[in-house]
Design a protein around this ligand. Structure first.
Ligand code: GLN
Length: 186
């Protein structure tokens, strides 16, 4: 099993380190030809969603990746990656739009943009959650399951092959969310 990690920008290296700890093979996707490498699942990291969306379009990878997700490839989006997957985003219309969620970007305001908490994640238990200029999910539609909430806001969800978290498990020392994603692939 091989996981492709989108490495155009942002926090992709940390996801690779997590997968190393779990013994999962992975490689970085930087340009269109990297998509020729066979892979079974995809990680869209945190970073800046507007920049990533632009680079996805410019590199010619946008349609290919969207098609892979639509045809069922397991995908995990953290933070900006979550924004990229959302069908409805106020101020970034260039997203992949494969997941039936409405997202608010930079949703906690300047002061509270980055914070740490520990909350329940369905099927896993209480996990550390680091938020960095994070979005939250304002609304989910049918077929989408809420997996975690923090402060009354939805911060993790799943729709079939698509998993998203508004927080960054890759920056904490807890591999359980990545393990959850690997279980989705098997
Ligand atoms: N604020 C960023 C965006 O809107 C997301 C931040 C992150 O990925 N840590 O894309």
């Amino acid at each position: 099993m091989t996981v492709g990690i989108l490495a155009l920008q942002g926090a992709f290296a940390e996801h690779g380190a997590m997968l190393d700890r779990l013994g999962a093979e992975h490689f970085e996707i930087r340009q269109r030809k990297d998509l020729d490498h066979p892979f079974d699942a995809l990680i869209l990291p945190g970073g800046e969603s507007t920049v990533m969306a632009k680079l996805l379009h410019e590199s010619g990878m946008f349609e290919i990746i969207r098609e892979k997700i639509r045809s069922g490839m397991p995908v995990y989006g953290t933070c900006a990656g979550l924004i990229l997957l959302a069908k409805e985003v106020e101020d970034n219309p260039a997203c992949l739009g494969t997941m039936d969620i409405r997202v608010k970007r930079n949703a906690y305001g300047r002061q509270l943009g980055s914070f740490y908490t520990e909350q329940e994640f369905k099927g896993i238990g209480t996990i550390p959650m680091s938020f960095i200029r994070a979005p939250y999910i304002e609304k989910i539609y049918e077929n989408t399951e809420i997996l975690a909430q923090a402060d009354g806001k939805i911060v993790a969800a799943r729709q079939e092959n698509q998993l998203v978290t508004a927080f960054h498990p890759e920056v904490n020392d807890d591999t359980r969310v990545h393990q959850y994603f690997l279980n989705m692939i098997r």
